[in-house]
Design a protein around this ligand. Structure first.
Ligand SMILES: Cc1ncc(COP(=O)(O)O)c(C=O)c1O
Length: 349
């Protein structure tokens, strides 16, 4: 029953044992509260090592919290955030960014396979008003890595989009709820990525990739440190027992566990792709650059599928999404493939 849920989302997976053990260790003793604990202090050093410079950070409880807090630091209430038209911040967070920014607008930019099309971005930037007009001016570009379609931008693609935005005076945010999966797939380094793109602020995901419950906001613009600290507190994101979040991060980063876990999830997704490729009636919808597989089913087949039997998310007409986690068992992958093969055969007979 528990395993049956797994392919529906990496959010259904439990936490990695290394992370649970670190939380248990952090339970020993009495430590300073509100981030004054030794684990949080050491984490600052760890982040500095990863990013090649000191950064301000806020440990938060969810990806939505990370995005809304991060974007509120770099976007004024009268501004606009440009993002992919299907970006999670725009279609799946119930206006959290608008709420946290006090009213900023989310402007969707089209692009195939979940990635912003450079020409469409240029067009949007050229047609939106400048900051002195009465209408809203774009303030920030938000890129999602992995994208909502499970694809990854290359470093060059991200650099080009970010440079275009910067040329129009925008700041740059990355929604990295699944950045580990993108990096494990490409072999790139997070420090290099953030430096080369000149990211202002990053939502760094961990929960979907084996953490118990923590994501982080990483700030690269030192002039906004106070802004982040105040907004973190006022939005209820300062944890009194931050040591338990810091412990998760320590274990997550130690020995690159985060990249190892993401690599395992990506490998499971590739195994799915290989096996599903043998079913003629199915089409893989988008390139699989991480741990997410979208598939197009034969027309009408969805009505005969019970997603209690094959765990998936219905994503659109005849489209389903399967997501592998770091610990998806091979039997579950095989079960999904067998189930889909049988359904395809039945629907075509
Ligand atoms: C790309 C992306 N960003 C942010 C989030 C939000 O994360 P959470 O559900 O932890 O709020 C999700 C959740 O699925 C996501 O897919």
């Amino acid at each position: 029953m528990v395993e049956k849920m797994l392919l529906r989302s990496d959010n259904c997976a439990g936490a990695a044992p290394e992370i649970l053990e670190a939380v248990m260790r952090a339970n020993d003793g009495v430590l300073p509260s509100y981030g004054g604990d030794v684990l949080s202090v050491d984490l600052a050093e760890k982040f500095a090592g990863m990013f090649g410079r000191e950064v301000a950070f806020a440990l938060v409880g969810t990806g939505t919290g990370a995005n809304a807090l991060a974007l509120s630091v770099v976007t004024p209430p009268e501004g606009a955030v440009l993002c992919h038209e299907k970006a999670h911040i725009r279609v799946s967070e119930q206006g959290a960014v608008e709420f946290f920014t006090g009213g900023a607008q989310l402007v969707g930019v089209p692009g195939a396979n979940g990635k912003i099309d450079p020409n469409a971005l240029e067009n949007t930037l050229n047609t939106m008003p400048g900051s002195m007009g009465a209408a809203r001016a774009p303030s920030c570009l938000s890129l999602t890595q992995l994208s909502e379609a499970g694809t990854a931008y290359s470093l060059e693609e991200m650099k080009a989009l970010a440079a275009m935005a910067r040329g129009h005076g925008l700041r740059v945010h990355v929604d990295g709820a699944r950045i580990a999966n993108a990096l494990a797939g490409s072999g790139g380094s997070i420090g290099q990525m953030c430096a080369e793109i000149c990211v202002d602020i990053l939502s760094f995901g961990a929960t979907k990739n084996g953490a118990l419950t923590t994501d982080a906001v990483i700030l690269f613009d030192d002039s906004l440190r106070d802004e982040l600290a105040v907004r973190q507190k006022r939005s209820g994101h300062v944890f009194s027992k931050q040591r338990f979040l810091a412990a998760q991060w320590q274990a997550y980063l130690e020995g690159d566990l985060w990249l190892k876990l993401a690599g395992q999830a990506n490998d499971a997704a590739q195994a799915l792709v290989r096996d599903l490729a043998g079913i003629d009636a199915l089409t893989i919808e988008h390139p699989v650059d991480g741990n997410i597989v979208f598939m197009k089913l034969p027309p009408g087949m969805l009505s005969s599928v019970n997603n209690e039997e094959i765990p998936f998310h219905v994503w659109g007409p005849d489209i389903i999404r399967l997501v592998a986690a770091y610990n998806t068992p091979n039997e579950e992958l095989a079960g999904a493939v067998t189930g889909l093969r049988q359904l395809c055969a039945a629907s075509l007979s």
